[in-house]
Design a protein around this ligand. Structure first.
Ligand code: GLU
Length: 495
């Protein structure tokens, strides 16, 4: 690592909607860099755009980070020496800093009305010029500007972008980005309501909060030259800038859109972190999946959060876009489920059983968990694979009880023979049940698949189940007998 100094990173979401995978990935990389270097991960809520404010989104951001295990060291509700961490609580700071730039001659009050600005823009478009502020108020004398402010005229504060020369901005992953200043605009820093735009607020806060690395989405690349100019106008040291890759649709063709997000929900997935818990995903699986979208490690690297911290290197992030592949999410989720200790997995699947209305006792749950673990892709798969363990009775489809290649009568006979064998056993376990039932296979001349298929459907109510003999042991002799009797009766009705 080249950055051995403790890094201070921040995730700076706007509370304008739901917390999605992109934000989660930024948070993850921020977190990893901070933890790797013994620094801090800061949460800052950028809520100055009141028109786009969505109530509840700050709560969702915090809950999502908590669920993922990416808890900030500082932030709203967490405290810290650099607060407040909500931008609307820092208005005064931005107003003062905007004034500082005006005093330095690097920004100016602008009184142009929206109507005038739009007329100017239309003219420029007609002339095929890049639309930009035409500099009218930039030319006002400080005295004239002060007089108009004193008269109560409405104004914004704009950045005075140099007209000539070039801006060289450096991104850690992308290298130098050189822009001719004549393409850059005199951006608004402070709006007429006194609230800052992102261009001012984020730069001021990153400086005042001692942020060393700014990790953010590549949608900020177009305004990146503006941002470095603002930081330089203050005379501040720049953070290390890291623009992360964009997420593409699962097809890899085009950016992730609202439509794709809706399609994901239809397919049983979601791009919103808070939905993933209910869909049976684990934080470990989600983190591993998103880590690999933009971090240049092997595609199938299985890592826990601690292992990620161990291996993280911010310079190994890659700027190339990553397609969202939900099959990989399933893969990592299943893999991490199998890495969980049995007790922990039992604790996590229990709410799904309860939610589905099963009366779950912890003893049975602990015996069921290792039997179904191999088959779980999502935690809620515990219901199709293990629900029957907690049912008084099962209701197999009679047709499913008929083994392939056998008649209903022959299948009923198999069920009855198994019934005799198991009734004679003192208790049912793989040791007591498997040898005599294998002998039954021999005796009948049918295949193991046919015989055990009948028993599986009879005892579990379904064609796919965890290992049969272990399942019988957990269900217990009395219920196994009952279920076989019922199956034989159902098959008789088919004859
Ligand atoms: N508030 C900005 C956003 O949500 C933050 C970008 C950044 O991380 O600087 O897009």
């Amino acid at each position: 690592m080249t950055h051995l100094k403790p890094a201070r990173t921040r995730m700076a979401p706007s509370p304008t909607g739901r917390f999605h995978l992109g934000s989660a990935r930024t948070a993850l990389f921020d977190y990893l860099l901070a933890k790797k270097t013994g620094g801090q991960f800061v949460l800052r809520i950028e809520d100055t755009d009141r028109k786009r404010f969505v109530p509840g989104s700050e709560e969702e951001i915090i809950a999502s980070l908590k669920w993922l295990g990416l808890e900030p060291d500082e932030g709203p509700g967490y405290g810290g020496p650099y607060g407040p961490y909500r931008q609307t609580e820092r208005r005064q700071i931005y107003a003062e800093h905007a004034q500082l730039l005006v005093d330095k001659g690097a920004a100016f009050p602008c009184f142009c009305t929206p109507e005038r600005l739009s007329a100017v823009r239309q003219e420029q478009q007609k002339r095929k010029e890049t639309p930009r502020y035409d500099g009218t108020c930039r030319r006002l004398s400080p005295q004239e500007a002060a007089r108009r402010i004193a008269d109560g005229e409405k104004y914004v504060i704009r950045f005075k972008m140099p007209y000539e020369g070039v801006t060289v901005a450096r991104d850690l992953l992308r290298g130098e980005i050189v822009t001719e200043n004549r393409y850059l605009d005199d951006a608004v820093l402070l709006k007429s309501d006194g609230l800052p735009t992102y261009h001012l607020a984020a730069m001021v806060d990153d400086h005042l909060m001692d942020i060393t690395h700014v990790l953010r989405g590549s949608e900020w690349l177009p305004t990146f030259p503006l941002h470095v100019n603002v930081v330089r106008a203050f005379g501040w040291e720049e953070p290390v800038w890291v623009h992360l890759s964009v997420f593409l649709k699962p097809s890899g063709k085009g950016k992730m859109s609202k439509r794709e997000a809706a399609q994901a929900v239809t397919d049983g997935y979601s791009i919103f972190v808070k939905d993933m818990e209910g869909l049976g995903y684990t934080p470990e699986g989600v983190l591993n999946w998103i880590a690999l979208m933009g971090w240049g490690v092997a595609e199938d690297d299985v890592m826990s959060l601690d292992e990620m911290i161990e291996r993280f290197d911010v310079e190994k992030l890659t700027p190339s876009p990553a397609a969202i592949n939900f099959n990989k999410l399933d893969h990592f989720n299943g893999t991490h489920i199998r890495r969980l200790p049995v007790e922990e997995l039992a604790r996590r699947i229990k709410p799904f059983f309860v939610e589905a209305g099963y009366a779950v006792d912890d003893d049975t749950l602990l015996r069921v968990t290792p039997l179904i673990r191999e088959r779980l892709v999502t935690l809620d798969d515990c219901i199709p694979f293990g629900g029957f363990f907690f049912q008084e009775t099962v209701n197999p489809d009679p047709q499913d009880l008929v083994a392939k290649g056998l008649s209903a009568a022959q299948s009923a006979e198999v069920a009855r023979r198994a019934l005799e064998i198991l009734s004679a056993a003192e208790s049912i376990s793989p040791e007591t049940a498997e040898p005599p039932l294998r002998a039954l296979v021999e005796e009948t001349g049918y295949s193991a698949g046919q015989v055990f298929g009948i028993l599986r459907v009879a005892i579990t109510g379904q064609r796919v189940s965890p290992p049969l003999f272990e399942s019988m042991e957990v269900i217990g002799k009395a219920k196994v007998i009952e279920r076989l009797e019922k199956a034989a009766a159902l098959l008789d009705q088919l004859v």
